[in-house]
Design a protein around this ligand. Structure first.
Ligand code: AMP
Ligand code: MG
Length: 538
């Protein structure tokens, strides 16, 4: 039941745990690593930590739970979200899922270092699932320790919130807590293990259900449980679809396809590369989930992936994310096929994904260019040439669109105006000398056709600029900025984590006093670990 008053303290959060109440539990109480059959989760307690300290919290996420700033600054908060104290009503557990990793079926994976605390029900009747990442081993930890290091936790915490404020569907992050304990990691799996500070992030979402939750049940031919789990998902995460039936399952899959298309379109719009789009990292709600070796495009390069584990194949490169999402949806379709036993509706939903993605892509490119609507006869060529230009010379994608928006195309592009356009765009190039005569000629030709196209719309300069600035962020979590914040955090200076959190709350605003955070990657960061190269080690 929702409560009539907000919690008087963190200790009074109102829990109502449907997942653990309604789905079958693994009867074994220990957290020894094992295969878990005929169950959706295992009860497990977070491992207490020595000296937890709240590094940062997101006040907007606290508001969802109706927690005040003072409550977030309390010792109770630190203890609870470090995993040191369980509250009345919490029922902590790790869930069982499987997945395809890098295109290969990997069998049981599961919450290896995520421990769910249960669902908080707020006064509005909203339900928010809480999950601690890095709170110790679970039956699903396989050969790993269930812990997380500060560097990866800073990245997860900041990026979750940055994505939310950019308008990208994502899981949220309530808190970032350092544990006062160290964790051993071999960052590049090259025989150089070292002790790093540990941390725990509390993630918040309507649910953390992944494609892999369905896949593991079908892979084990546990079809009764597959039906039970799917019906549970429909009831809790998709109540608007109505009573489960073959039609509802089809409508549900269609909605998952559409939500996934929307999510990936947003990634392409803001230049986000997930880095590990395994099926276990795909949310059934179409939320960006599991921030590991993700990265932000600096120079526009569809072939780029930040994940060194994927360096040779580059399966999860920026330009391949839409195709991979489609492939992952195909795996989900296979997993739920036994419930439906009809290929056509599943294939139709997959086709619907492709159509929506293509249409959404065109609409998005039109918006990024400040056009009123996508006109196929002209605009396909216009954006295709733009995307080539962005690659001919190393060009910072984020800066380019913001600078392009500054150019006033309502006046003739004479020599003076063209020189000004070159000057404005100049700040987006990493190696300005790469601009040879061919490039300049091609760019000028494009600027002319772009101007011609804008004239057809007749939008004023300022209206076009504000339309562009509403979809092209000025501030994203640049890879090197996250690394600078991590370098400081590892010295126990958390000022930059909090400053970035603040700046990234308003990614589309100019924030002139924060211009430092909008600068392109400095040269020192080009090849530095953590800035452009990340591994799954976290
Ligand atoms: P990821 O590639 O991060 O999505 O992780 C794949 C699987 O490995 C998931 O089931 C994770 O829970 C698990 N995992 C990753 N890191 C750890 C860790 N340090 N301890 C235990 N399990 C982990
Ligand atoms: Mg994962």
């Amino acid at each position: 039941m929702p409560t009539s008053t907000p919690p008087a303290s963190v200790m009074d959060l109102n829990f109502d745990n449907r997942f653990s109440q309604e789905l079958p539990a693994d009867p074994e109480p220990s957290n020894a690593r094992r295969q878990v059959f005929d169950a959706c989760y295992s009860r497990v307690l977070p491992t207490p930590v020595k000296a937890p300290k709240t590094v940062a919290f997101a006040k907007e996420v606290a508001e969802l739970l109706e927690l005040s700033t003072a409550q977030c600054e309390s010792d109770d908060f630190t203890q609870v979200f470090a995993g040191n104290r369980l509250l009345d009503g919490m029922d902590s557990y790790a869930t069982c899922y499987g997945g395809h990793q890098f295109g290969h079926w990997a069998g049981q994976l599961g919450d290896g270092r995520a421990i769910n605390l249960g669902d908080v029900l707020n006064q509005k009747g909203e339900r928010w699932a809480l999950q601690l990442k890095g709170a110790g081993p679970t039956p699903y930890s396989r050969t790993a320790d269930g812990l997380a290091v500060l560097r990866s936790s800073v990245r997860e915490f900041l990026c979750s919130e940055a994505m939310h404020h950019l308008g990208v569907p994502t899981t949220r992050a309530l808190s970032l807590i350092s544990t006062g304990e160290s964790v051993i990691r071999d960052m590049f799996y090259n025989g150089n293990p070292k002790a790093e500070p540990g941390a725990v992030v509390c993630r918040v979402a309507p649910s953390f259900t992944r494609f892999g939750h369905f896949q593991i049940l079908t892979a084990r031919r546990n079809l009764d449980l597959l039906k039970q789990f799917t019906d549970y998902t429909l009831r809790t995460d998709f109540p608007h679809l109505g009573t489960p039936s073959i039609e509802t399952y089809c409508a549900w899959f269609e909605e998952v396809c559409q939500r996934t298309a929307t999510m990936v379109l947003h990634w392409q719009r803001v230049g986000f590369v997930h880095g590990v789009m395994n099926t276990d990292n795909m949310s059934i709600l179409g939320l960006t989930i599991d921030y590991g070796p993700y990265g932000w495009l600096e120079n526009y390069d569809p072939g780029w992936t930040p994940n060194t584990t994927d360096a040779s194949e580059r399966r999860y490169r920026f330009g391949n994310q839409a195709q991979i999402a489609y492939w992952n949806l195909g795996q989900l379709a296979n997993a739920i096929y036994p419930l439906i036993e009809l290929k056509e509706p599943l294939q139709a939903a997959l086709n619907g994904y492709t159509e929506s993605f293509e249409q959404g892509w065109q609409a998005m490119m039109a918006e990024k260019m400040g056009l009123k609507a996508f006109e196929p006869e002209t605009d396909e060529d216009l954006y295709a040439e733009l995307l080539i230009l962005l690659q001919l010379v190393e060009t910072d994608m984020t800066l380019f669109y913001r600078q392009l928006a500054k150019i006033d195309f309502t006046v003739p592009l004479d020599a003076l105006k063209t020189a000004e356009a070159h000057r404005l765009l100049g700040s987006a190039y990493y190696v300005p000398e790469q601009r040879n005569q061919d490039y300049l000629t091609r760019l000028e030709a494009w600027l002319k056709s772009y101007q011609h196209r804008l004239q057809k719309d007749g939008t004023t300069h300022l209206a076009k600029q504000s339309q562009m600035n509403a979809v092209n962020p000025k501030y994203v979590l640049r890879n090197y900025l996250a690394q600078l914040a991590i370098d400081k955090a590892e010295q126990e200076d958390f000022s930059m984590v909090n400053e970035l959190l603040e700046v990234l709350r308003h990614p589309y605003d100019e924030q002139p006093d924060k211009a430092f955070f909008a600068e392109k990657r400095p040269d020192w960061a080009r090849q530095r670990a953590g800035c452009s190269m990340l591994s799954c080690s976290s």
